[in-house]
Write a protein that binds this ligand. Structure first.
Ligand SMILES: [Fe+2]
Length: 249
């Protein structure tokens, strides 16, 4: 197991945890397939950049309004990118590392930058993922339906559990749907934390993020005010099921 972990970390360093699937044999158990980490966000000329949104601010109307989208993307997300870059600039040892590499090994980051990576690096990754999770007019795909039924019993149980868990997140945070060891699971995280953080420490449990919802009030307050349940209900209307299907093995 130690050898495998060393090999995994070595591979991570070499490829920045890109698009590979790792096999790990955990203490005599059969090989466990570790799904690839979603995407690989790398700095360009030493700086992380705001990714293209991929659609216009009003594209998700009436479920998510254009003003919210514009402020969320161009102000909030941009601020996470800027503050992450400020922290990275002060730590030459972190130059050119992918965002996933920083997050997967968070506790090993220099203490001077760890908090910024957690808050602003997490913010950058979470929002970059979130924008791709949104699209109008898509339909649930067969791979998701099969896995969802196997993991939760049925689609209705999944959506109601996802909403209930999201309503229970106190203050700001996220709810995630992850794939781990072949099963879909619902997880939550406070602030800008996410399931990738320190996941490299237990590679056989490496999660693959499939879906996430931003539960910060800045994501919905202008339209839905304090009605998080209403926002959750709208969310299902703009989930990008095509993206989910593409992420699943
Ligand atoms: Fe946000």
């Amino acid at each position: 197991m130690k050898t495998n972990r060393k090999e995994f970390i070595k591979a991570s360093a070499l490829i920045g945890l890109g698009a590979l699937t790792f096999g790990v044999k955990a203490q005599g158990n059969p090989i466990i397939e570790i799904p690839e980490v979603t995407d690989n966000i790398k700095p360009v000329n030493g700086k992380f950049e705001l990714p293209p949104l991929g659609y216009s601010y009003n594209n998700l109307e009436p479920f998510i309004d254009a003003v919210t989208m514009e402020i969320h993307y161009s102000k909030h997300h941009q601020a996470y990118v800027n503050k992450l870059n400020e922290a990275i600039a002060k730590e030459p040892s972190l130059a050119n590392k992918s965002l996933e590499d920083l997050l997967l090994n968070l506790s090993k980051m220099p203490s001077t930058a760890r908090s910024a990576i957690k808050n602003h690096g997490g913010g950058h990754w979470n929002h970059s993922f979130f924008w791709k999770s949104l699209k109008t007019g898509t339909s649930m795909g067969p791979k998701f339906e099969k896995l969802c039924n196997a993991s939760f019993g049925n689609i209705e149980t999944f959506t109601s559990t996802f909403e209930k868990v999201s309503m229970g997140v106190f203050g700001s945070g996220w709810t995630w749907l992850i794939l781990q060891n072949g099963q879909l699971k619902i997880k939550t995280s406070p602030n800008q934390e996410n399931p990738l953080m320190d996941a490299a420490a237990v590679p056989e449990m490496m999660p693959k993020v499939i879906l996430g919802i931003d539960l910060w009030e800045h994501a919905y307050y202008l339209k839905h005010q304090n009605r998080r349940a209403e926002y959750l209900s709208s969310f299902w209307k703009v989930v990008n099921w095509n993206e989910i299907e593409a992420l699943l093995p």
